[in-house]
Design a binder for this molecule. Structure first.
Ligand code: CUK
Ligand code: CUA
Length: 764
């Protein structure tokens, strides 16, 4: 039993730490006490041991979860289930300055629909770029169901780089899914509507309303979707749903299922049965099969029609060219998931208790032999369900989605109504295990479980309702992601994680080792265009330039000052602030917030960001850094002075409250000399060790060297003033010299701690 081995493991651990017998006994009894006090079982402890990540520990997998109506993406680690970041995508988010600086405003503006600003998204399905059918960790895509859009996030800095608007859809759902080498990102309609932006009465639903699948061309070198090379395939007005790309033997094909193939249009207010009744009359709906590689060739050959400036391969063409087929699927299907080897795809029908395993080889043979069971009202060939199937398995009530294991033929299906996960063998058609979840599971996600090489080990159940799982926080509950251990024969529930941000639908996990995010930007970088910013500014080159009636402030941020510290303009001036964070140190982000003007920036090391606004009201507006970046962070401040029109700038001297004498100067110099002693000893400690073997320490040393250079220049100014017996300025500069010393010492001590914790060796 695993539970029995727990105590010996603990003891062994304690002995490995070199603890005496007495201490071991004391720890064990303390553990018993904690268990008793908190009502924990051996099983709980085992689950805790599998998820607990000690301080400084890292996760094996990183998850990108849709943030639902928040329009964001949630990033967390597995097995710790610690949330690492919310990625701002379709929604303004002040912490990241997203939607508050000019650069990110431009990204959000790409998501305008017919000129209208949309400030939210309903994100459903994230997808990571793939190489040969396996996730490579370069880019992430996420769709917006409500306002058909697709976003590109660069995983080098976890920032949203692009939003594209679907040119023909009014609603979508089956996105984002990537082809095995990320040539295309797929997006399928949900609710049919006319492609044109015009009014069409519902009486013309069958003729004028349409669904579609859009294939967004991804330019990996640029890291952007290319609308000019993207295209769509017109589909009947069935409510298309989830999709997947084929791989291996099925590479070149894509699969999109649908519901409401009844083409019912509701109208309960006119006495007709409602949508939910009309849309579930038939026992089967259709999975759409599209040969996308051939479709791309047809579009390149000029066989598409331009609609709203976008290439659409019309149904007639698709049928004639033999690239579009339908297969019946039971009943109100939801997920369609291609197996890792690409030989099968599994469809789960929400109103059926079965999951259906389709055999791609059989389907291909039927298509090649033109063996069709009929045609739909639009003339699309329909394949025979029985002849296309490998098997059907009774998995439970309300099956939704499927995810694959690293073990051959093993799949996990989410069972919404039963609130369960069913583990089964799709090759042999056999149910193997079931586990209860809380409550009403939607998607589920295994580690890289939708790739050609799933990693197994863990499964996350993305539940729709949390109900009583957490401390109550009002009628709106958090979502619940449950971590399940799938390494053994029996599934084991490990952890419940509340997610307080929108309703996540799908999530994708990737081995953490595949992600290579950067620590800092090249100095003066516009992170949204991934180019040098035209507004980049080096320290000492700060300036104010009036151009075309706009006052451009080229400033810098570094611990612990904002340059310029004073900005003065006349009322009505358009001001464009450009700040470059000139830090090179890891995690030294500076913020910039200014009273009244709705300006709030996040400036990561190396980044240049801008904020343009009209100083429309005379007054005094303090600004400051919003990140507690150093001991003198609160002093990282300044003033925007807005003069009333026609009033001249004051030239009066500023009067300090404090007057300094030679004695003050000497005292400060004494402090500085003592501080230098501390710095020298820390530097001595570092350079006596193999610090160059530790990249983070090398970066810290560079940073400390910068600070000491600044200190040297302040020291020089101080001495010059002292030479002129100007004790006021000499003392102030001596104090500034001390500030740089403090920063250098702070960084040096951080480096020393790092070396101690990572076993650095003394070198001769
Ligand atoms: S959907 Cu929400 S549970 Cu948008 Cu993939 Cu199935
Ligand atoms: Cu920079 Cu606080």
């Amino acid at each position: 039993m695993k539970t029995k081995s727990f105590a010996p493991w603990l003891t062994a651990g304690a002995m490995a730490l070199g603890l005496a017998g007495f201490t071991t006994a004391a720890s064990a009894s303390a553990l018993d006490d904690v268990m008793k006090a908190r009502g924990l079982t051996q099983k709980d402890l085992l689950a805790a041991a599998k998820t607990y990540t000690p301080t400084g520990g890292r996760d094996e997998f990183i998850v990108f979860s849709s943030g639902g109506q928040s329009g964001q993406v949630i990033v967390y680690g597995i097995p710790s289930m610690r949330i690492l970041k919310y990625l701002a995508v379709f929604t303004p988010e002040p912490w990241q300055g997203y939607g508050f600086d000019d650069e990110s405003k431009a990204v959000l503006a790409q998501g305008k629909i017919r000129g209208k600003t949309i400030n939210y998204g309903d994100t459903h399905h994230p997808a990571i770029t793939e190489t040969n059918g396996d996730t490579d960790g370069e880019y992430l895509f996420i769709n917006d169901k409500a306002n058909p859009r697709m976003a590109v996030i660069d995983l080098k800095d976890f920032e949203t780089k692009q939003i594209v608007v679907n040119p023909i859809m009014k609603s979508e759902h089956g996105g984002s899914f990537v082809s095995p080498n990320s040539e295309y990102v797929m997006e399928a309609t949900q609710y049919p509507a006319p492609f044109a932006n015009e009014y069409v009465p519902l009486s013309q639903f069958n003729e004028k309303f349409r669904g579609a699948v859009t294939y967004w061309k991804f330019n990996r070198k640029e890291g952007r979707l290319d609308p000019s090379k993207s295209f769509s395939v017109e589909l009947p007005p069935y409510s298309q749903d989830l999709s997947d790309f084929g791989k291996g033997p099925s590479d070149g094909w894509s699969f999109t299922n649908s519901f409401c193939t009844e083409r019912y249009v509701g109208g309960i207010e006119k006495g007709r049965p409602p949508f939910e009744a009309g849309c579930s009359q038939k026992d089967t709906d259709f999975v759409h099969m599209i040969n996308w590689k051939k479709a791309a060739e047809l579009v390149a050959a000029g066989k598409a029609k331009k609609i709203n400036g976008h290439d659409v391969l019309m149904m007639d063409t698709a049928i004639k060219e033999g690239i579009l087929f339908l297969i019946p699927e039971p009943k109100s299907p939801h997920g369609v998931d291609v197996t890792p080897d690409g030989k099968y795809f599994i469809v789960a029908g929400k109103l059926d208790t079965h999951a259906s395993v389709y055999d791609f080889a059989k389907i291909k043979a039927l298509i090649d032999a033109k063996d069709f069971a009929g045609k739909d009202p639009y003339g699309i060939p329909i394949l025979d369900l029985k002849k296309s199937l490998h098997t059907q398995v009774q998995v439970g009530l309300g099956p939704l989605h499927n995810q694959y294991d690293s073990k051959e033929c093993i799949v996990y299906t989410s069972i919404y109504v039963d609130s369960q996960v069913t583990k089964w063998n799709y090759c042999e058609g056999k149910v193997l295990d079931k586990i209860n979840i809380h409550y009403n599971i939607g998607h589920l996600m295994s580690m890289e479980g939708d790739t050609m090489h799933p990693k197994g080990h863990y499964l996350v159940s993305l539940n729709k309702l949390a109900i009583d799982r957490f401390n109550p926080v009002g009628p709106l509950h958090p979502q619940n992601h449950q971590l399940i251990d799938i390494s053994g024969d029996k599934m084991q529930l490990l952890y419940d994680m509340p997610i307080p941000l929108g309703e996540p639908h799908y999530a994708v996990a990737i081995q953490a080792s595949k992600l290579k995010p950067k620590v800092r930007y090249k100095l003066g970088w516009d992170s949204r265009t991934d180019k040098k910013s035209p507004y980049r500014t080096r320290p000492g080159r700060e300036k104010v330039v009036v151009k075309d009636g706009v006052t451009h402030v080229y400033g810098t941020l570094i611990r612990s000052h904002i340059t310029p510290e004073i900005i003065e303009v006349e009322e009505g001036t358009t001001v464009s602030l450009h700040f470059t964070n000139v830090e090179r140190a890891e995690d030294e982000t500076h913020g910039f917030a200014i009273n009244y003007h709705d300006v709030n920036l996040s400036v990561e090391p190396g980044k240049t960001v801008s904020a343009t606004f009209v100083a429309d009201k005379a007054g005094v507006y303090p600004y400051y850094c919003t990140e507690f970046c150093s001991a003198l962070h609160l002093e990282m401040q300044g003033y925007l002075l807005v003069r009333p029109k026609g009033v001249k700038a004051s030239t009066d001297a500023v009067s300090e409250g404090q007057k300094y004498t030679k004695a003050d100067y000497d005292k400060q110099i004494g402090t500085n000399v003592a501080t230098q002693g501390v710095i020298d000893s820390v530097v001595g400690y570092i350079v006596a060790r193999n610090y160059k073997d530790f990249a983070p320490v090398v970066a810290l040393v560079e940073d400390a060297t910068d600070q000491l250079n600044f200190a040297a220049s302040a020291k020089k100014k101080s001495e010059d003033f002292a030479g002129k017996s100007d004790w006021q300025n000499a003392t102030l500069w001596a104090q500034q010299w001390f500030q740089y010393q403090v920063k250098a010492a702070d960084i040096g001590l951080r480096a020393k701690t790092y070396l101690d914790e990572h076993g650095a060796k003394v070198v001769k």
